[in-house]
Every structure is written in structure tokens, then in C-alpha cells.
Design a binder for this molecule. Structure first.
Ligand SMILES: [Zn+2]
Length: 174
């Protein structure tokens, strides 16, 4: 039987209680942890992406548009949050919103479905969901809204609408 894949996007300290943290991000941690446990119990695959920048962050395109250093490799803020840091599972470090390596790796396997959760709904969750959709057009791709948070509640809601239009299945606590 084909396994399901759960992609946990950027659940790193800087996006939760660090330089780009939000109360909404803190609130989803228990639901994400529960989702991971559910996948593991069913024998399914769980992987993590990690936003990863160097000390030259402010000179990058992203840094010019968002001049808040975050997820500098090796810093405390780059680490996965306390509740998730000991979870087993492959880590995909990425310097871009979507992970090309993740998409190539996932497309080379046979997964029954892909579910994307994590941070932030409106930047890296949507980027990875759409990238995976492009690499795996026949694989159902789902996003659980209750396991995601955006830069603002409004941009979170906007991103969910945009993903629905692109045939990503958006559910709430599914
Ligand atoms: Zn970044």
C-alpha cells in the first residue's frame, strides 16, 4: 500500500517565538504535533522543511524585501521548535520559499497523498503546496488550515482561498 506523506513546513523557533513569531504560530504547535503522531501511528512518512539562511541574508532578494534576519543556520532561531526538534524524519533545508529538493524527492516516490502543514500559510506553505502540485499533478494535495498560521490572520485566509482555487484541498482539523 502506498504511504501518505506529511510535509511539516518551517516549524522553527524564529517563526514561532523568535524574530518573526506570532501568537497564531504558537497556537498551532500542539495540533501539528498531534498530526505528526497520527501519521506515524499509521506508518506514514513525515518530513520537515527548514528555512535556512546565511549571515548574508540582508543582501539577498528575500532580505531586501523582508529585512528581518531569521533562520540563520546554526542559530537558536533556526532550530525546530522545542516540541518538534526531536521528531525523527528527513530535514529539507531551503534558502527559498519552496523546496526544489523536497519536490524532486517527493515526485520520485509513490505517495497516496501529500498533506502540507506549518508556517507561514501565506509564504512557505502555499509555495510548497503549489510546487508539489506542479511536480505531482495526479497526487491529492491537502492543507489543514488548523495546522497552519500566516503572517496575519487575513493573509492566512487569503492564502487558503488562493490554494483552493489551485485545487489544493483545504480542510479544517482533518
Ligand atoms: Zn526566510
Amino acid at each position: 500500500m502506498m504511504k501518505r506523506l506529511l510535509v511539516v513546513v518551517d516549524m522553527q523557533k524564529d517563526f514561532i517565538d523568535g524574530s518573526l513569531g506570532t501568537a497564531e504560530a504558537e497556537q498551532i504547535v500542539p495540533a501539528v504535533k498531534e498530526k505528526i503522531a497520527e501519521y506515524r501511528k499509521a506508518g506514514d512518512e513525515v518530513v520537515f522543511t527548514m528555512d535556512t539562511h546565511s549571515g548574508e541574508y540582508l543582501q539577498t532578494q528575500e532580505g531586501r524585501k523582508l529585512p528581518v534576519p531569521h533562520c540563520i543556520k546554526g542559530s537558536a532561531g533556526w532550530e525546530l521548535c522545542e516540541a518538534l526538534k526531536d521528531e525523527p524524519g528527513q530535514r529539507f533545508e531551503k534558502g527559498t520559499f519552496g523546496s526544489r529538493k523536497l519536490a524532486e524527492w517527493a515526485a520520485a516516490q509513490e505517495f497516496a497523498s501529500v498533506e502540507v502543514v506549518g508556517l507561514c500559510t501565506d509564504i512557505c506553505v502555499i509555495s510548497n503546496a503549489l510546487l508539489l502540485k506542479a511536480f505531482m499533478p495526479e497526487t491529492p494535495i491537502r492543507v489543514d488550515a488548523s495546522c497552519c498560521a500566516g503572517v496575519t490572520p487575513q493573509s492566512h485566509a487569503n492564502a487558503l482561498e488562493a490554494m483552493k482555487m489551485c485545487q489544493i484541498e483545504v480542510c479544517e482539523a482533518c
